[in-house]
Design a binder for this molecule. Structure first.
Ligand SMILES: Cc1cc2nc3c(=O)[nH]c(=O)nc-3n(C[C@H](O)[C@H](O)[C@H](O)COP(=O)(O)OP(=O)(O)OC[C@H]3O[C@@H](n4cnc5c(N)ncnc54)[C@H](O)[C@@H]3O)c2cc1C
Length: 570
């Protein structure tokens, strides 16, 4: 399916970059001396007037440094609108963060007059960032700011068409937001373009949202991986390639492993079924991670790590679910069985698959998941609860953080807690903050037992039961947040010989004996060459700091296993 393009020209609209803050840092000019230092990383590439240097939706060839001539950058939205972003001239460079890993371009670049440029392909760009530290810092900052600005302007990604509170819209916006992908939402009730498209495709309620990709393809309520494929976010696995290490999970533990392993010269692949950041990505404010005295959101912390891992050359594949691990190593390498049907092969494996949200026994729970029942509280969900009462279940730190965050958006946050107090399960600083927040109501010795509403549409009522009297109370609630802990994500390890404890967490080190009877090193599992880090590991501390530390530590063990004499275990 496709949408016809319109004749809208770039010059009739206001450049998107006019609204970008920190303009000088976003579009810095390089001096002739700096360009001279960069020449060894690239090749001269010439373009005639009107020729395209890069095109939306197609893999970008790398970073261009303009030596002469001008390039007009425009953004296409798939509905036929073309908006100018900026005009770049000599001394300026053209790229955004996706070019570090050769991802698809989010904008078009067209030569205005003849252009001479220095083209630096992704691999050489990464080498430049590492070799030229000062210059690298300026370029890296500009690449990140450009992506942040595109996200804030909603420019360069797909257009989602549907009611803002429909479950499909919330699901796909969450996916795109958590993966740092720009997108734009059009509500059919108010937007002419959306109404015209709806008339043409006449979607039923299950088709929401329609998604229009920049090349005009229209998808009906796609899955995350369908959307990712249509947007060119997922590339196939290179045939015959064997990585030094394959990491399953890109939460704090997986990203930390990727940064340290790739920065020490190992070839690294990382797969994540959902988005980078893992559980930490759901944290509105992490206050106990070293070096951030005012706190940092989980997304902000892990987005930095995601960019850093790519800067060192780690290949991060999202959304790609690992279905199984084949440890037979018939040809010497482990094989991860991916949901695409491909095998990803590596000489060692790091299990960093963390934990998945627990689903408590609540009548009709499944009917309202994604339609009023949420397992995290990001700004997207918070917007849905503006001026409403919400219920939040849980008494741990993650529940406390979410309650404080939601109290800034909802009229009242009713916190339902099984126990009679918070002292045993929540940090003191959070308890004090909750007590000082007037619109958080604590309901102790209670649990949510049932939900009611319009089936497969919207939640309307939540039934709570007192654990002391057995009495039920109904509340008119459209949004319920569940923060009741998580179980290890280890199903994919079944049958491969990796030992897990009674709770399903992966056993490592002295707790397990390798097949030969030797003791495994601290983070090694019962299968030599398979390591585990972070929340998925039996006995780990279940904290961001712990997960990141284990990611750094496991790299020494990887060098030891891979037999790299130049990199002895620390
Ligand atoms: C709301 C919330 C707030 C929190 N706040 C704090 C805090 O303030 N301070 C603190 O120290 N800790 C906090 N935590 C805990 C902290 O987030 C975790 O300890 C940390 O994220 C664990 O990191 P991890 O990388 O081990 O696992 P996870 O973060 O769980 O990441 C695992 C990743 O693996 C992926 N995955 C799983 N299975 C597969 C598969 N088969 N194939 C591909 N990918 C897979 C998942 O999609 C996920 O992205 C919080 C947790 C939550 C939920």
């Amino acid at each position: 399916m496709g949408v016809d393009s319109k004749d809208d020209t770039a010059r009739t609209r206001v450049p998107v970059a006019a609204s970008f803050p920190r303009h000088e840092q976003t579009f810095p000019a390089l001096t002739p001396q700096e360009i001279a230092r960069m020449r060894r990383f690239g090749e001269i590439a010439n373009y005639k007037d009107g020729e395209r240097l890069f095109e939306t939706g197609k893999p970008g060839p790398g970073m261009f440094i303009l030596l002469s001539g001008h390039v007009v950058i425009t953004q296409r939205d798939g509905l036929g609108h073309v908006t100018p972003v900026i005009d770049q001239g000599p001394g300026q460079f053209l790229a955004e963060i996706g070019q570090l890993s050769g991802r698809v371009a989010l904008v078009d670049g067209v030569a205005e007059g003849d252009v001479e440029s220095l083209l630096i392909p992704p691999e050489r760009l990464r080498a430049l960032l590492v070799a030229e530290a000062d210059l690298g810092e300026r370029i890296m900052r500009a690449l990140i700011l450009r992506r942040v600005n595109l996200i804030q302007a909603g420019a360069g990604g797909p257009v989602l068409i549907g009611p803002a509170d429909s479950s499909g819209v919330v699901r796909l916006r969450g996916f795109l937001t958590r993966n740092g992908n720009p997108h734009h939402l059009l509500d059919p009730a108010t937007e002419h373009d959306a109404a015209a498209l709806i008339e043409r495709y006449s979607p039923s309620s299950e088709d929401w949202p329609l998604v229009v990709t920049p090349d005009g393809t229209v998808l009906r309520n796609p899955s995350e991986s369908e959307l990712a494929r249509a947007m060119g976010m997922i590339r196939g696995v290179a045939k015959g390639k064997v990585y030094d290490v394959a990491i399953v999970g890109s939460g704090p533990a997986g990203l930390s492993t990727a940064v340290y392993a790739a920065s020490e010269g190992l070839s690294v692949a990382v797969c994540d079924a959902r988005s980078f950041g893992g559980q930490a990505g759901a944290s509105a404010r992490i206050e106990n991670y070293l070096g951030f005295p005012t706190g940092i959101s989980g997304i902000a912390l892990t987005a930095r790590a995601f960019n850093q891992a790519q800067k060192f050359g780690a290949e991060v594949m999202i959304p790609v679910e690992v279905k199984a691990l084949d440890c037979s190593r018939d040809d010497g390498a482990f094989a991860l069985k991916l949901d695409s049907g491909d095998d990803l092969r590596a000489r060692s494996i790091v299990v960093a698959s963390g934990a998945r949200y627990r689903r408590p026994e609540i009548v009709n729970l499944a009917d309202f998941e994604g339609r009023g029942v949420w397992y995290w509280a990001s700004p997207i969900e918070a917007r849905l609860c503006a001026a409403q009462d919400v219920v939040l279940v849980g008494g741990g730190n993650s529940a406390g953080q979410a309650a404080v965050f939601l109290s800034g958006h909802a009229r009242r946050v009713n916190m339902v807690i099984r126990g009679g107090g918070l002292g045993a399960s929540m940090s003191r600083y959070l308890i004090e903050r909750i007590e000082a927040t007037p619109n958080i109501e604590l309901i102790f010795n209670s649990e949510v037992v049932g939900l009611d509403g319009v089936q497969n549409a919207s939640l309307e009522r939540v039934r709570c039961r007192s654990r002391l009297s057995g009495e039920d109370t109904e509340m008119d609630i459209r949004n319920l947040f569940l923060f009741v802990g998580a179980d290890p994500a280890t199903n994919w390890l079944e049958g491969c010989g990796v030992m897990v404890d009674r709770g399903g967490f992966v056993v490592t080190g002295a707790q397990c004996k390798k097949a030969a009877g030797d003791l495994a090193s601290a983070l090694e599992t019962s299968v030599p060459g398979v390591f585990a880090v972070g929340d998925v590991r039996s006995g780990s501390v279940k904290r961001v700091g712990g997960a990141i530390g284990e990611g750094a530590q496991v790299v020494a063990a990887l060098h030891g296993f891979l037999g790299d004499p130049a990199k002895p275990a620390l």
